[in-house]
Design a protein around this ligand. Structure first.
Ligand code: SAH
Ligand code: SF4
Length: 355
């Protein structure tokens, strides 16, 4: 018996093609789409506006699968972390970071990550595989199941209002699947999260930045973490491949056509490595030289078992922020969330360390 086709792996066009292939009219695909992504239904039998015969045909040939929840933890600050498992037993973590009347779901794109950034817990876990389209979309649907946000609420009333593609993995190394998944999530006949409320973070795969943004229309964040190549190469091996100048050029290219596009530069502060006033001033020159419209997100380092870095002192972080702000760049200091359950940036991990 051949394996049933997973419907959440299909784009809207692919779903329409599939449904017409089995002899149904195209509008049936639209109804099915609404059941899956507007109502969050996983049981074909409950799709009441489809005929019994069609419902039977669907359950014989297709599946609608959610990643399985292995554990769920809630932090004292209400941040929630799920450990999710896919059909083949591979696992990732996902986090929900609530604010007062909204919040961001942080989703993963790969099992492990091949980039090996020295400060990152995920990077200490071997890269295993890319996530499929359905596995990426499925994460957000699990979050919606948990918070009972089906059918899709309006933009104003939903708690799960934003998405950050900042979990495990480098999204631009799984670009095809990430593009399809984000286009499903932002489709306005389904889950309907606005593209402006989705931010994708990359470690700086320069040649794919423009393409990724053109194909998704979401917002860009770049993990910069250093003002020059010497420091960056020490902490991010990817910098040996794509130097800061190339990343800056790609960012400028992305902003060229559209002045409303701001880029967020994430900057992790590591004690004694990249946190001096000198470093802050060099950073300002770098951005001014490249004429980028940008803001910073200063991230205090979140330690994890076995890491060799320490967070910068609070005073150092504040001085760093002040230099950037005086130069005209917003540079808020991010408040770490969910640290007690290892749910903060860079703390996600679903396996034991590299052998
Ligand atoms: N792979 C992508 C997205 C996931 S990482 C990227 O690197 O951009 C999300 C953010 O957390 C990145 O900016 C990353 O550099 C940062 N990060 C990694 N390890 C961290 C740690 N230990 N403490 C705080 N932030 C960390
Ligand atoms: Fe991968 Fe991002 Fe972690 Fe670097 S910081 S190892 S790119 S997940």
């Amino acid at each position: 018996m051949t394996e049933k086709l997973e419907l959440t792996d299909l784009t809207k066009d692919e779903l329409t093609a599939e449904i017409t292939k089995i002899g149904e009219k195209a509008f049936r695909a639209k109804q099915l789409w609404q059941w899956i992504y507007y109502r969050g239904e996983t049981d074909f039998d409950k799709m009441s506006n489809l005929s019994l015969a069609l419902r039977q045909k669907l359950s014989e040939n297709y599946t609608i699968t959610r990643p399985k929840i292995i554990t769920e933890q809630v932090s004292i600050d209400k941040t929630r972390k799920w450990l999710l498992e896919f059909k083949d037993g591979e696992r990732v973590e996902m986090v929900y970071i609530p604010e007062k009347d909204r919040g961001a779901v942080c989703i993963s794109t790969q099992v492990g990550c091949a980039m090996g950034c020295r400060f990152c817990h995920t990077g200490s876990q071997k890269f295993t595989r890319n996530l499929t389209v359905g596995e990426i979309v499925g994460q957000f649907m699990v979050a919606r199941d948990t918070y009972n946000e089906w059918p899709s609420p309006t933009d104003e009333t939903r708690y799960l209002s934003n998405i950050v593609v900042m979990g495990m993995g480098e999204p631009l190394n799984n670009l095809d699947n990430v593009v399809k998944a984000l286009n499903i999530i932002t489709d306005n006949e389904g889950i309907s999260i606005s593209r402006r409320r989705v931010t994708m973070s990359t470690s700086g795969i320069a040649p794919r930045i423009v393409e990724a943004l053109q194909k998704t229309g979401v917002r860009l964040a770049v993990s910069l973490h250093a003002p020059n190549n010497t420091i960056r190469s020490q902490i991010m091996p990817i910098n040996d491949k794509f130097k800061i100048e190339e990343v800056m050029k790609a960012c400028a290219e992305y902003q060229k056509g559209d002045h409303s596009r701001y880029i967020t530069f994430e900057y992790l502060l590591l004690k004694g490595i990249n946190d001096s006033e000198e470093n802050a001033k060099e950073l300002v020159s770098l951005l001014k030289k490249n004429k980028l419209r940008a803001l910073f997100n200063l991230i205090p380092f979140n330690p994890w078992p076995g890491c060799s870095f320490a967070p910068s002192d609070r005073k150092t972080v504040e001085a760093f922020s002040e230099i950037l702000e005086k130069a005209g760049f917003a540079a808020p200091i991010r408040v770490a969330r969910g640290q007690d359950i290892l749910a903060a940036c860079g703390q996600l991990k679903s396996k034991h360390p590299k052998a």
